[in-house]
Design a protein around this ligand. Structure first.
Ligand code: PMP
Length: 359
């Protein structure tokens, strides 16, 4: 028997562990969780009924090909079903994209700071992260990202709107960037928060991908659709990228409950839009109130706001928690706060105001 135990891939050494948003502590005063960009609304009308029906068949494997969901998505976006690939959340699909494109010796370019899972899943793939700092106003520096492309670059993430800053990349600058990316490098437009963007100058990735075979669009049911707990996301991409995603998928990874709930959610679009509009109004209210308190907050197009608190990030998060809201600090950098129900947002705003007075 080996003294060292099973030999694990050295790529796992030093991996930053994914920190899930802290749950609201149980018991005591009401505490709101504004740390994971979840939707404060329960699942859309019709979803729970489908979930109950699907639950009766839990002794069966789900539909491996996610046929009904894939068909529904293809119709909705006006793309061939062969261009739709589903997975266990969009982070699952992102990991499949890396498995399909990148390994040791390859490079993956993305802005930093951006979605905290990128460095982890890139490292697991064995590829090397090339992190390109955000501009001073917290947006993607697409010129610097284009300049960071080398012969080793295999994939690029563009997170639009960006998590955790809420900033967006607009049509002209994105197209100019894409024109500079070699045809054999895959650009992934991660649009997890797309539904919350109301700026018409921000392009819909699905329109961008149509005449660009090296662009894949990532979407999720976790945010606007409120199905974070079910783990279902998808990509829209040309062949052979979509086919590669089907090869790298965890077999039967998307449960039947998730598939049927996603279909029911797509069919409840009217109610979805009402909820998204309400959240966007709340977001704009929170943004305005923070600025009135004197904070510098980047224009946000997602369901969260970003406060650059630097070394005060952990103190600020602790003060919020004391006031009854759990937020997400990135130590040394800033704090991301999800837009929740109005009461939660009010609690957060009072905590922010009190903290500001002490600064
Ligand atoms: N992309 C971005 C930018 C995100 O912020 C998240 C969730 N935090 C995801 C992808 C993954 O979401 P899910 O796996 O739930 O679809």
């Amino acid at each position: 028997m080996s003294e060292t135990g099973p030999r694990l891939r050295t790529q796992l050494d030093g991996i930053p562990t994914y920190k899930p948003g802290r749950p609201a502590p149980a018991g005591g005063a009401t505490t709101y969780k504004l740390s994971s960009n979840e939707n404060p609304y329960p699942p859309l009308p019709g979803v729970m009924e489908q979930v109950a029906v699907a639950a009766r068949n839990l002794h069966r494997y789900p539909d491996l090909a996610c046929t009904a969901l894939t068909g529904e998505l293809a119709e909705r976006f006006g793309v061939p079903a062969s261009h739709v690939a589903t997975g266990t959340g969009s982070v699952g699909v992102a990991q499949q994209l890396l498995q399909a494109t990148s390994g040791p010796g390859d490079e993956v370019v993305y802005a930093w700071r951006s979605f905290e899972a990128y460095p982890i899943i890139v490292q697991i793939s064995g590829a090397t992260s090339v992190q390109v700092p955000l501009t001073p106003d917290q947006g993607h520096d697409l010129d610097a990202m284009a300049a960071a492309i080398t012969d080793r670059t295999r994939m690029i993430f563009v997170c639009n709107p960006n998590n955790p800053t809420g900033t967006v990349v607009r049509r002209a600058e994105l197209e100019r960037f894409l024109d500079r990316v070699p045809a054999d490098v895959l650009v992934v437009l991660d649009e997890a928060y797309r539904e919350f963007n109301h700026d018409t100058a921000v392009p819909d990735g699905v329109e961008i991908y149509r005449d660009r075979p090296n662009v894949a669009v990532l979407r999720t049911f976790s945010k606007a659709y409120g199905l974070a707990g079910l783990r279902v996301g998808f990509a829209i991409a040309h062949e052979p990228v979509a086919a590669a995603l089907r090869k790298t998928a965890v077999p039967f990874g998307v449960s039947q409950i998730a598939q049927d709930a996603a279909v029911a959610s797509l069919r409840a679009e009217e109610q979805l839009l009402v909820r998204v509009d309400a959240l966007v109004k709340e977001r704009d209210r929170v943004l305005g109130a923070l600025r009135a308190q004197g904070w510098t907050v980047p224009e946000t197009h997602a369901n969260f706001v970003w406060l650059r608190l630097g070394d005060r990030s952990l103190d600020f998060a602790a003060a919020c928690e004391k006031a009854g809201v759990v937020v997400r600090p990135f130590p040394g950098d800033g704090v991301r706060v999800t837009i929740g129900e109005a009461e939660a947002n009010d609690l957060f705003l009072s905590a922010a105001e009190a903290f500001r007075k002490e600064l």
